[in-house]
Design a protein around this ligand. Sequence first.
Ligand SMILES: *Cc1c(COP(=O)(O)O)cnc(C)c1O
Length: 542
Amino acid sequence: MNSSGKIKTADANFDNLLRIFTVPEGQNSTLTKIEEELSRNLNEFLRNHIVTEERPLKDIEQDFLSSHIPDQPEFVSDHTQHLLDTVVSQSVHTSSPGFIGHMTSALPYFLMPLSKLMIALNQNLVKIETSKVFTPLERQVLGMLHRLVYHEEDHFYSQYMHSAHHSLGAFCSGGTIANLTALWVARNNVLKADGHFKGVEQEGLFRAMKHYGYEGLAILVSERGHYSLKKAADLLGIGQEGLISVPTDQNNRIKPDALKATISRLKQHNIKPFAIIGVAGTTETGNVDPLDDIAEICRQEDCHFHVDAAWGGAVLMSKQHQHLLKGIEKADSVTIDAHKQLYLPMGAGMVLFKNAGATQAIEHHAQYILREGSKDLGCRTLEGSRSGMAFLLYACMHIISRAGYGLLIDESIAKAKYFAELIQSQPDFELITEPELCILTYRYIPEPVRQALKDATEEKRQELNQTLNELTKYIQKKQRESGKSFVSRTQLNPGQLDGMDTIVFRVVLANPLTSKEILHDVLEEQRQIASLATSLLKELSG
Ligand SMILES: *Cc1c(COP(=O)(O)O)cnc(C)c1O
């Protein structure tokens, strides 16, 4: 804005427009300076430009009220300043080492210039014509991840990795699409063409159900399953009620007996369970389902076995910890997000299929592109146009390598164990779920309340727990608002608390820059915030 407070506008003539396609920004322009700062010290740039104190969202919305498309062009430098002031400043510092509440963490430096290169190349992976080398590159990356999960022999990969009639998986924007793709394949297989019936993909669900004589279809997952599965059940016509949640044990893992009982019950009602999902790293607690047991049940029931390893799949990179995902190699399909523990920027998910021919169940062809027999990736992916994200994963696989990723995973898990011990050694904190991978949950509980909770009557226990929930919420919110550190919160029903609804802090320790000192500080800050919650504390001691 200029001194009169009005936005300076440029002339909307074609010559000026051509300039934005051909002439780079000048040496002293705001944009050039940003680029320099970003490459010199990314963390400093983010620290300097992202405001720590929280502004209420209602306030922020005031900057985004107009629904008019600007009539006249603005100068790039002016607008860049506007972006710094209104957007960058109010964004979330996801890579801050004190922000240990979500699955999004720091990115390696080399990905910034490489992302710029990827965008400059602007390949479209939907078809060879607009991607050329990116297609074999993406197929190779999928092959690498496939091998990490399934350990097939060399000849398997030389036969299928680049085969026009096969795919080892699909690259997509994230775990949601990956899960949907896996279940799409499973649904089309259970309702495949048979006699006069041309398959659900041709005739639709109604005729498919009539043909096969089912009253309904079901997908089974533990009660800790990710909400993306509900969306998939909805879109695939199964209905959200067709996603059946199965009880978990003390450690948030599916109970195989309960799974079997649920299957029997469904079959009695002529409902066909066609897919069972094992979670390898639940979003809330990071626990891994007993994958071998689920695999065996799937084999007996002739069900599609899908493993949702969106978050935890990267643990296979660690030679020390890969055993935690034992049984994953028996899955028909596996979801892995590269934008979680593989440290890629947002928008990189994958689904892998054990059987290289599995995606034939969802193959689509069109005359002008995606011709039959072509190597176009778009004929076996849900998404159409897609960016060359695989390029960044390809680079990470080489620059970080298996050894580097292994170290990152080992370090995260060790840090989570350290933090768990630290919490357990405090008189006024309570560990709720132990870290199996690098997620843990805990809460603040004043020392006297801890004893009182043990001795209290059932009614009193409920009451105390309710107040502790309020306290946890209060601390989490205040800590976020202060902007120094961030943990998330969720609600669990822990066995050790007799299944009472319990609100907990949730911590994900994936950022390699998070130090032990920061973990100590997080607890100290929470303790201090708690001491300010005088009325809640009074209620607890009353
Ligand atoms: C994150 C996550 C998803 C969803 O992935 P998006 O990339 O957010 O679409 C699905 N399942 C699990 C277990 C996850 O952690």
